[in-house]
Design a protein around this ligand. Structure first.
Ligand code: ATP
Length: 350
């Protein structure tokens, strides 16, 4: 869809890392990186801990110089642009909390206009329109008079996006924007970013540990492999090829294609087995409780039988008349954990 557009942000033969003091060699974290973010694309930067995501982001936004190679913003070398020129094209939202005292949401968003202000700093009609538009686009218009310090993490994250949008950037870079959000807020936030990439035409690059989000939502994934490489491609290309599997397969970890997520193997010893007698969702959550207690749900030849009756809380029996019963999953898990030794043969009812 965006193939023919000139990249808004590019990495060309980039090496990123850390220069040491004299006579110490530089530490190269990433080498030979070639990337292109086109207008309107949502790009997810993923990779294991310590692979170099932050190092790459910092280099792409000019917060640290490349060890070699170039970062191009609208085709111009970032290193040749003044801070003001950069700020008119590139907006950055980091995870660190911003100390803005008691400033209102609107005042914080208006800070995004700084790169456009004259030295007198008077607000123009264009500034006003950009701030109003950014407040609406990021879904925080109704919070405009509230002090930033009073907001929830999710609300504050949206305000930071609004401030970045007020810059009217060609490229918006966000460092782990969903890290502190609950599942519902994450989904909302992801939907907002998808919409913003399409409506503003900005290239949005964000780092995330949420592989599911990256594979479902991003137009492109930049996969930092942990071996100094960065692989770019459509989510399906990286998942169908072996790039994702190679990066995220470890001793007790593997990539589950069907669920598009990482599965971590539970290497604890399997406990006694139990046949769960219940239907539908009740059965699903009963099996969940059984696993949580360290037992294994199993079919007919199980060590024990657990039957559950509907109710909130539910009513459970283990091994019928021979054994315990109780109310609610909390007491069930407590009971199963306390009873790790299988019952003698004659007490089994399964
Ligand atoms: N200032 C520094 N000087 C030297 N090495 C550094 C510096 N900052 C980070 N590193 C190293 O660079 C490598 C990449 O770190 P980076 O923070 O970029 O990884 P990351 O992928 O963002 O990790 P995480 O997912 O844990 O945030 C690590 O080995 C780290 O120890």
């Amino acid at each position: 869809m965006t193939e023919d557009l000139r990249p808004a942000l590019q990495a060309v033969a980039l090496a990123a890392g850390y220069r040491r003091r004299r006579r110490h060699p530089a530490v190269t974290v990433l080498r030979d990186v070639h990337l292109a973010a086109r207008p309107g694309e949502l790009i997810a930067l993923i990779g294991p801990n310590g692979a170099g995501k932050s190092t790459l982001l910092r280099t792409l936004v000019g917060a640290q110089p490349p060890l070699s190679g170039h970062v191009l913003l609208d085709g111009r070398d970032l290193a040749t642009l003044s801070p003001r020129q950069r700020a008119r094209r590139l907006a950055v939202t980091l995870t660190e909390p911003v100390d803005v005292g008691q400033m209102s949401v609107e005042a914080v968003v208006a800070l995004g206009r700084m790169p456009y202000r004259s030295w007198i700093g008077r607000e123009t009609a264009r500034d006003r329109t950009a701030v109003d538009g950014a407040l609406v686009d990021a879904g925080v218009a109704e919070l405009r008079d509230r002090p930033l310090t009073d907001l929830s993490d999710g609300e504050r994250q949206r305000v930071m996006v609004a401030r970045a949008l007020a810059q009217e950037p060609a490229v918006l870079v966000l460092d782990e924007p969903t890290a502190f959000l609950d599942v519902a807020r994450r989904i909302e936030f992801a939907a907002m970013l998808t919409r913003l990439a399409a409506t503003t035409g900005a290239a949005i690059v964000l780092s995330t540990h949420d592989l599911g989000f990256a594979l479902r939502r991003a137009d492109q994934v930049w996969l930092v492999g942990g071996d100094g490489t960065v692989t770019a491609g459509a989510p399906e290309d990286l998942a169908y090829g072996d790039a994702v599997t190679r990066t995220f397969t470890g001793e007790n970890m593997s990539f589950d294609d069907a669920a598009a997520t990482i599965v971590v193997a539970d290497d604890s010893e399997p406990g006694a087995t139990v046949r769960v007698i219940a239907d539908g969702r009740l059965r699903q959550w009963a099996e969940h409780a059984v696993r949580r207690a360290g037992w294994e749900p199993a079919a007919d030849d199980a060590d024990h039988v657990l039957s559950i009756e509907h109710g909130t809380p539910c009513h459970w029996h283990v091994d019928g008349a021979h054994s315990a019963q109780g109310v609610g999953f909390d007491s069930l898990v407590t009971h199963l954990r306390a009873r790790t030794v299988p019952l003698p043969e004659d007490a089994r009812t399964g």
